[in-house]
Design a protein around this ligand. Structure first.
Ligand code: GDP
Ligand code: MG
Length: 402
């Protein structure tokens, strides 16, 4: 049985510390990596300006053992995991993320990224079902080969709707209820633009200043959604608030962060440390360097936890599922979910056997960079149409839509 990745990483780092004992700066860098092992998981929230990073950070309440930081650019030094926000998704996101992978090792183990379709309420041209269409787009993107190779999940979320729902006031609820008392036809033309909605002349039973407050907090798509929810049965403040939060996608995002990042903290920490050590050894030549690099390569290529993580992401995305017998046999444990280092069904099936040669290149392709070999045994269980073809030629990549 292969050793656990955190143990291997710890072993390699302490070995490197001994190797570099005569090079104080390199030794200090290794020591720093050893310290990081004990520190909270660092999750960077990145993306273009106005993608909604600050607003989302406000909703990702502090959790023990995790530090969220906002940053405009990638790659993010010191981050163990990345939430990459994009309000205008396209294929270019996959290439931006691929370009930001700092090394071959990082590229070969893309277990550290979740793509967030942010400001999801604005999708679909701000129609009532904008959040619903964003969720469907996210699901489709998760099956796209170019994105699978750079991230673990794609989740649609609107921090604005989540926040407004969570903090919905009684006066806001009352104002929305009065508006919802009018028929859809009556309110629809005032919901075509912000100017119309806040127009003092508009014969709507809510004060213009209150309307301006509503649109400030919920946006027009949010107001439209709230009116639909009120008209279709979510009448009380608690019900409306709960529905807005549920539809915001924030719970889905928190689940993804929990299942793909936080539960795997030691593994992601180990991965960060190994990638950092790889960079250090390349920058600071040492007689032990070649041996260390080979060991690092082996550790990441053979790390069964990293394969489990990739498999878990594929299961969550519905790209694959465990064969029935395996699912049934694991039901007594964690069901079809794969647990961190938990030796679940997926683990038993895919863990390289003892004494099996490392087969560097093959393991890379199999375990990480797209998981082709890993998927093959499960091919019969795959649902839906085959994944779209791979990336277009480089010249046509940027700006293309998925
Ligand atoms: N419609 C909508 N607007 C949002 C959402 N999240 C943030 N915004 C707005 O987008 C603008 C930029 O948000 P901010 O969080 O500062 O983005 P940052 O530059 O990425 O940190 C602000 O006006 C926010 O109110 C969202 O989920 N939906
Ligand atoms: Mg900001």
């Amino acid at each position: 049985m292969s050793a656990a990745l955190p143990d291997i990483a710890w072993h390699l780092l302490t070995g490197a510390l001994a190797s570099y004992r005569d090079q104080p700066r390199a030794a200090a860098a290794v020591r720093r990596e050893l310290e990081r092992f004990e520190e909270p998981l660092r999750i960077a929230v990145a993306g273009p300006p106005r993608a909604g990073k600050t607003t989302l950070l406000g909703e990702l309440a502090a959790r023990r053992g995790v530090i969220f930081t906002e940053t405009p650019t990638i790659p993010v030094p010191d981050a163990d995991a990345l939430l990459y926000l994009t309000p205008h998704p396209g294929e270019s996101v996959a290439y931006e993320l691929a370009d930001a992978q700092v090394s071959t090792l990082a590229r070969a183990t893309p277990v550290d990224t979740i793509v967030v379709l942010s400001r999801a309420d604005e999708f679909g041209g701000g129609r009532v079902d904008g959040l619903g269409s964003a969720r469907m787009i996210a699901r489709r993107y998760q099956r796209h080969v170019a994105l699978q190779q750079v991230c673990q999940a794609v989740v649609a979320a609107s921090a604005r709707i989540g926040y407004a729902g969570r903090t919905l006031t009684a006066p806001e609820h009352a104002a929305l209820t009065s508006l919802a008392g009018r028929t859809r036809e009556e309110t629809e033309r005032y919901l075509l633009s912000v100017d119309r909605f806040v127009d003092p002349q508009a014969p709507v039973p809510v004060d213009p200043a209150v309307r301006a407050g509503l649109v400030e907090r919920l946006g027009l798509p949010g107001v439209r959604l709230a009116l639909t929810l009120l008209r279709t049965g979510s009448a009380t403040r608690d019900e409306l608030s709960g529905q807005l939060v549920a539809r915001s996608g924030l719970d889905d995002l928190r689940d993804a962060i929990g299942e793909l990042f936080i539960e795997w903290r030691p593994v992601l920490k180990a991965r960060s440390a190994l990638i950092a050590l790889d960079a250090l050894v390349r920058a600071q030549p040492h007689p032990d360097g070649a041996r260390l690099l080979a060991a690092l390569d082996r550790a990441l290529a053979n790390g069964h936890e990293l394969r489990e993580l990739r498999l878990l992401a594929a299961l969550r995305a519905g790209r694959t599922r465990l064969p029935i017998s395996r699912t049934a046999s694991s039901r007594s444990g964690a069901g079809s979910r794969v647990r961190p280092g938990g030796g679940g069904a997926a683990d038993r099936r895919h863990r390289p056997g003892p004494g099996r040669p490392a087969g560097r290149g093959a393991d890379r392709r199999a375990g990480m960079g797209g998981g082709r070999r890993r998927r093959r045994p499960l091919a019969g269980a795959r649902r839906g149409p085959p994944a779209p073809p791979g990336p277009p030629p480089r010249g046509r990549r940027r700006g293309a839509q998925l």
